[in-house]
Design a binder for this molecule. Structure first.
Ligand SMILES: [Zn+2]
Length: 152
């Protein structure tokens, strides 16, 4: 008799256990197809962060203070970014032509995306202007075509 009761208890416990396992599995089972559709999250390894411009302005919101014809001086990211070359920035001793070539490639990527409030800059003269209409117009200082510039 004791054995029979023990068997029943074991069966009940096993049934409860199976029910809990089934409950735990069912949400996973629902998630599985979604997981397959979702692309795997790609984490950027450190140092692989890519830039879309070579210069920045010192203060946030500089563009809001500028008049359309005003120019503001910009700071090269390569001077303030440690190990900047790993992130696609030019080396400290890069020539103007090398710097401009890198900036031009970055600008092409930025030009393919419509970003509100983008302006223009010259990565050689380190000046920027809020008028995107000046894109590819000659830089007022060096004559190189102006490139797309983000303010934030
Ligand atoms: Zn220039």
């Amino acid at each position: 008799m004791k054995i029979a009761i023990a068997i029943i208890i074991v069966l009940v416990v096993a049934a409860i256990g199976a029910a809990i396992v089934a409950k735990r599995r069912s949400p996973n089972a629902e998630l599985t197809p979604a997981k397959k559709i979702m692309p795997p999250t790609q984490m950027m390894p450190p140092g692989q962060m890519s830039y879309s411009q070579l210069d920045i302005t010192e203060r946030f919101g500089d563009n809001e203070r500028l008049k359309p014809d005003e120019w503001i001086s910009t700071q090269p990211l390569s001077k303030t970014t440690p190990n900047g070359q790993a992130s696609g920035l030019p080396s400290a001793d890069a020539t103007n032509d090398e710097v401009y070539a890198i900036a031009s490639k970055m600008s092409q990527i930025r030009e393919s995306i419509a970003i509100p409030n983008d302006g223009v800059y010259c990565p050689i003269c380190h000046i920027a202007n809020i008028q995107l209409a000046k894109l590819h117009a000659p830089c007022p200082k060096c004559g190189r075509p102006l490139l797309k510039f983000g303010w934030d």
